[in-house]
Design a protein around this ligand. Structure first.
Ligand SMILES: Cc1cc2nc3c(=O)[nH]c(=O)nc-3n(C[C@H](O)[C@H](O)[C@H](O)COP(=O)(O)OP(=O)(O)OC[C@H]3O[C@@H](n4cnc5c(N)ncnc54)[C@H](O)[C@@H]3O)c2cc1C
Length: 420
């Protein structure tokens, strides 16, 4: 628990996590599992998530399994049978990936779709049960390293001090300027999302799958949530007004115009969207260094990505698992806690993760471009997709796979490097 340090007048803890999104909660839980006293501070007055569904691929559900939280996620999520890609203009099926059987065996965990607020709650309850100290209404303004400890200065004037500070404060991170002089990169695309109850009138054909319709400058994703009670829809389209930097961008008229050439199934699905909110899509260019003194970034603060691979939160869970492993072998050694080892542990975490997440960030951009092409490029894309067989895992292994130690496939050297 946080204690008052009379010598500095700050609240003192082993680990301070800044940000209570998926990344912060996962990071806090991971380090609490190692035995650290963890305090997590969140600027919002309550913990929660806005938005609708989230796809959790096996590289992330494996991490929940490690913490004993997968069962809870499965109780409220859905295991879709297939991931299906269709052309949005013709409705033609382009390719499908079965997500049970061989897929689940190969990646040693299920593909799950879950309401964001449900996954957030599973992680929050995991933190509460493990004894993470969770504090709301704390706006961190800056972090510095003083005498080998991280010190976070807050808007309320209270300081927090810790052996290590984890910056999990999202896309518009306050802490990122400590390591990079960059800005979020707008993609010109805007998303609308929505969930509606599944009723007897809902077309039945697609209710067990994740369906992605690919169209020129637009796409639409649909899948069931909450044990099949809700239908989740996401529509993402290129917005000329967003691209021009207009304040009133991506209105409903632009949304409808973007899908005017799409099949009726897609046009009908637009009715399922909430229109009071829309999300502009941003990422950032990958950066190599996430460490400043005793502060390290994770999640979207470190590697925000476009959503096309459905991996932002999944990569945050991978971050947490790797942070748990590198610090377990060093800071939390069998003969006692060694805070000095945090310097090496966060650098090792950074080394292990930066290459992999940069690849996911870059691939997400290219993958998204391939979804939105028209003309000859669309014809070629469709031919390529249609030539793929269901049991062809070559496009999945690097992302969902792992080595024998449970390390993400692209970084199977982690175990070697820790034990070296
Ligand atoms: C349309 C869309 C669809 C997506 N679909 C998927 C998907 O299917 N699968 C997937 O894995 N990912 C998906 N993602 C990405 C995923 O949502 C994000 O990567 C993930 O939520 C990022 O979590 P985070 O905790 O890093 O950041 P955030 O969720 O942004 O959390 C940051 C937290 O820090 C707090 N905070 C910020 N600044 C401060 C401060 N100074 N002091 C204190 N607290 C602070 C914020 O209030 C917030 O709670 C999608 C994203 C979008 C936009």
């Amino acid at each position: 628990m946080s204690e008052h340090d009379p010598s500095t007048d700050a609240l003192s803890t082993d680990v301070l996590v800044i940000g209570g999104g998926m990344a912060g909660l996962a990071g806090a839980l991971a380090l609490r599992e190692n035995g650290a006293n963890v305090t997590l501070v969140e600027r919002a007055p309550e913990f929660g998530e806005v938005g609708a569904g989230l796809q959790m691929a096996p590289n992330a559900s494996r991490v929940l399994k490690r913490w004993g939280l997968l069962e809870k996620a499965l109780e409220i999520g859905v295991q879709p049978k297939h991931l299906v890609f269709r052309d949005a203009v013709t409705g033609e099926e382009l390719t499908r990936q079965s997500l049970g059987g061989e897929f689940e065996e190969r990646y040693a965990a299920p593909y799950v779709v879950i309401h964001r607020s449900d996954l957030h709650r599973v992680l929050l309850e995991g933190c509460e049960a493990a004894g993470v100290k969770l504090v709301n209404d704390v706006m961190v303004e800056s972090v510095e390293t003083v005498n080998g400890r991280g010190v976070a200065h807050t808007a309320a004037g209270v300081d927090y001090e810790a052996d290590v500070v984890i910056g999990a404060d999202g896309l518009k991170s306050t802490l990122r300027p400590l390591v990079a002089n960059d800005e979020p990169v707008p993609s010109a695309y805007v998303a609308y999302r929505g969930t509606v109850p599944i009723t007897k009138n809902t077309p039945k054909a697609d209710l067990e799958d994740v369906i992605v319709y690919l169209g020129p400058n637009c796409h639409l994703v649909q899948y069931p949530l909450r044990k099949g009670e809700l239908l989740n829809t996401v529509a993402v389209f290129k917005s000329a007004s967003f691209e021009r930097g207009e304040e009133q961008y991506g209105g409903v008229d632009e949304l409808e115009a973007a899908y005017k050439d799409c099949v009726p199934a897609v046009q009908d699905a637009l009715k399922n969207l909430g229109t009071s909110m829309r999300w502009p899509m941003y990422d950032r260019d990958p950066i190599e260094n996430w460490v400043a003194g005793r502060m390290v970034l994770m999640g979207d603060a470190a590697h925000p990505m476009l959503q096309y691979l459905a991996q932002g939160a999944c990569q945050a869970l991978e971050d947490a698992a790797v942070l748990q492993d590198v610090s377990n072998a060093t800071v939390f050694a069998a003969d006692g806690v060694n805070p000095e080892a945090w310097d090496d542990a966060i650098k090792e975490f950074n080394n292990v993760r930066a290459g992999r997440t940069a690849r996911v960030q870059r691939t997400a951009r290219i993958w998204g471009e391939s979804w939105h092409v028209s003309g000859l490029a669309r014809t070629l894309r469709n031919l390529l997709f249609k030539s793929r067989k269901d049991n062809d895992f070559r496009y999945n292994d690097w992302l969902y796979g792992q080595d024998a130690d449970g390390v993400p496939a692209a970084h199977s050297s982690l175990a070697d490097r820790i034990s070296a």
